[in-house]
Design a protein around this ligand. Sequence first.
Ligand code: S3P
Length: 190
Amino acid sequence: MADHVLLVGMMGSGKTTTGRLLARRLRRVFHDSDEQILLRTGLTVPAIFAEHGEAAFRAEERAVLASALSCGVPGVIAVAGGAVLDPDSRRRIRRAGVVIWLRAAPHVLADRLGAGRGRPLLEHDPAATLRLLEARRRSVYRSLADVTLDVDWVTPQVAAERAERVARGWLATAGGLNALSAAGAQGAWR
Ligand code: S3P
C-alpha cells in the first residue's frame, strides 16, 4: 500500500488549507484537486462547469486524482468533495494510504462558504444544497475514512496538528491502532 495521506470531506471542511499545512509539517508534496485541474486545463472549476458541464469536470477530477495517487513520492492529497462518488476513485483511495475525514456539520460549512463563490454546485441556496450533499455523501466519507477528525470548531492549524499525529502514527505502525490514541481523535478505525 502506498503511504499517501488523503483528506476527504465536504466543500468547506478545510481540506485545502489543512492539507497544505499538513504537507508542510510532514515535509511532503501537496496535491489539491481543483488546483491540479486548473494547471491541467487552464480553466477554473466554474469555467469548466459553465463551458463543458459537470460530467466533463468529473472526468478531470478523476484524472487528477489518479495522477496524484500514482505519484511515486508519498504526498498529502486533498480529495475534492465529490471525487469520492466515483467507484474507481474510491477503490484507488482505499489502497493509497491513510484516509482522514474532515467532518463538519452542514451549518458550519454553510457559514464558512457564504455565497459559495467558486463552487458551481452552490449557486442556488448554498445552505440547503450543502445539507443535501452532506446527507448523501456522509456514508461514503465514513466508509472510506480510517480516522475521522471533527473540525466544526477547529482551526486549520489545529486540524493539521491532529492530522499530523494521525499520519505519523499510521506510518509508524503501518496502519496500527496506535495512530488513533496518538491523535486523541474522535472517531474510529474503519
Ligand atoms: C465539489 C467540490 C469542490 C469542487 C467542485 C465540486 C463537490 O472541491 O471540486 O466545486 O462536488 O463537492 P472542494 O471539495 O475542494 O471544495
